[in-house]
Design a protein around this ligand. Structure first.
Ligand code: SF4
Ligand code: FE
Length: 479
């Protein structure tokens, strides 16, 4: 069982995979400068769990294997579990200031637990038992799972089965007694290079003729036929320069394009195949859990941003000026509103028929819709407080240069020393427009579904007819 950063690193190094970054093969994601920050972030999901003070948040009793497991591989058994999940995510956001990547697997496991159970009830299939056998190994070994949902999608106006190229959505291209063969590509895959297993789910609801697209399964990330291509992030090559200040933070996240080049999946790892009416249910449940997740992780990162903005103002000598305090209060109001939604959808969770607890879907979608907006306003306020030096500051190499370094130290100092100002401004730059901005801003917009997806769900769950009845009664209108 993996419990430490070093054991986790060794387990990733043992995987033989095809990983590409900037036109070159990556042999070891735990040491490559472009991927190491993201490895370090996931490693905190192990290291923080070892701290006895974090036990209640990070460990939970597994009903399946009868002992405590890391919450990232746990199936939520109560609303207390759902609340602890969000609080754990906030804490990890505070520690890493980035996407720590492991929640996609947690959310996929939980969505599959209830969905496979209900597919079996309807169709007499064996998916739930297969899934539990997989989950048992994940829990016993404390593995990291990726959760792969978003397909490449091709022409957005066409259904999966109508695409000119049928591979635009991951689908089954062959099957025999041993298993299925799948082809396609999943985009924006959070942290998959740091995962031992990748859990694949459909990207959208499927119609009855789209049987071959209504699939869910798990494969080890070193399965034959898998290719990983690392996505770029703003200012990512600073990680190749070797200086620490200009990078802004030792942690980071990553996204990859995962290509399934005729990957074989044995039947015992297939959790849905052809039961088209359940594809949409699986998507909705995963999305609801992940929309809850953002009310934790993004809030923890927001805590770091608020702290950095306060420090930047303090180092300028204006820490207690009223408009500065007002902006910090405004940021806090936005941040806590997101957290309130994450907690609210958790406390209003309900058991599904498999026993796994589900969040309240309306409140989870409200949570995520706020997350598509508030981090942008918080980033704007942080940039306001930081001042223009945020994007005009010289490099660390200039700071270290014997000739111009002293000039920078003399003229960049304010209420505090130049080096401190540079460090904190680089952190704000990292979070807002650097590599961290990919997660804090754009992922807040599109991760777990773009804003329109949340609006569709909110519209569906709003209960407008009930609300009209309330109004009619008070207005004295005829029913
Ligand atoms: Fe977890 Fe947040 Fe990253 Fe999603 S974006 S994997 S919820 S840290
Ligand atoms: Fe995400």
């Amino acid at each position: 069982m993996i419990t430490t950063r070093d054991e986790y690193a060794a387990s990733l190094r043992a995987l033989r995979r095809k990983v590409y970054a900037m036109g070159q093969k990556v042999e070891d994601v735990t040491t490559h400068p472009l991927t190491r920050p993201s490895f370090l972030a996931v490693a905190e999901t192990y290291e923080q769990a070892r701290d006895p003070e974090n036990e209640a948040l990070f460990m939970a009793e597994s009903r399946l294997i009868g002992r405590k497991v890391n919450r990232f591989v746990h199936i939520h058994g109560s609303t207390d579990d759902l609340v602890a999940k969000v609080k754990m995510q906030r804490l990890l956001g505070q520690v890493t200031g980035c996407c720590f990547q492991r929640c996609v697997g947690m959310d996929a496991l939980n969505a599959l637990h209830s969905t496979t159970y209900e597919v079996d009830e309807t169709h007499g299939t064996q998916y739930h038992q297969r899934f539990l056998a997989f989950l048992r190994r994940v829990q016993e070994d404390n593995l990291v799972c990726g959760g792969a949902m978003t397909d490449s999608k091709g022409d957005r106006k066409l259904r999966p089965s109508q695409q000119e190229d049928p591979d635009m959505y991951v689908h089954v291209v062959g099957q025999d007694k041993a298993g299925i063969v799948v082809r396609g590509a999943k985009f924006h895959q959070t942290g998959t290079l740091n995962a031992h297993e990748v859990i694949v789910m459909p990207t959208t609801a499927m119609s009855p003729e789209e049987r071959d697209y209504a699939i869910s399964f798990a494969v080890p990330t070193d399965a034959e036929g898998l290719v990983f291509i690392l996505g770029r992030q703003p200012s990512d090559t600073r990680k190749l320069e070797g200086e620490t200040i200009d990078v802004g933070s030792p942690y980071g996240g990553h996204e990859v394009m995962v290509v399934f080049n005729d990957v074989f999946v044995p039947w015992e790892r297939v959790f849905l195949f052809g039961e088209t009416e359940f594809a949409g249910i699986l998507v909705e449940r995963f999305a609801a859990y992940h929309r809850q997740s953002y009310g934790g992780c993004k809030v923890g990162t927001g805590d770091v941003l608020i702290g950095a903005a306060a420090l930047a103002a303090e180092l300028n000598g204006v820490g207690s000026v009223s408009h500065v305090v007002d902006k910090l209060v405004e940021m806090t109001h936005l941040n806590e509103t997101m957290h309130a939604c994450g907690l609210a959808c958790s406390t209003q969770g309900r058991p599904t028929r498999s026993g796994a607890y589900m969040v309240d879907p309306l409140l989870a979608n409200v949570c995520k819709l706020n997350v598509t907006r508030f981090p942008y306003e918080m980033a704007r306020l942080a940039e306001d407080l930081a001042g223009g030096l945020l994007v005009t500051m010289p490099s660390q190499r200039d700071l270290d240069d014997p000739e111009v370094g002293p000039l920078i130290r003399k003229y960049v100092k304010a209420h505090g020393p130049a080096v401190d100002r540079m460090r904190v401004l680089r952190l704000i730059e990292y979070l807002t427009t650097g590599p961290g901005g990919a997660a804090y801003r754009t992922e807040s917009m599109h991760g777990a579904g773009s804003p329109q997806a949340q609006k569709i769900m909110i519209g569906r769950l709003a209960g407008f007819e009930d609300k009209k009845r309330l109004a009619k009664r008070l207005a004295g209108m005829e029913e």
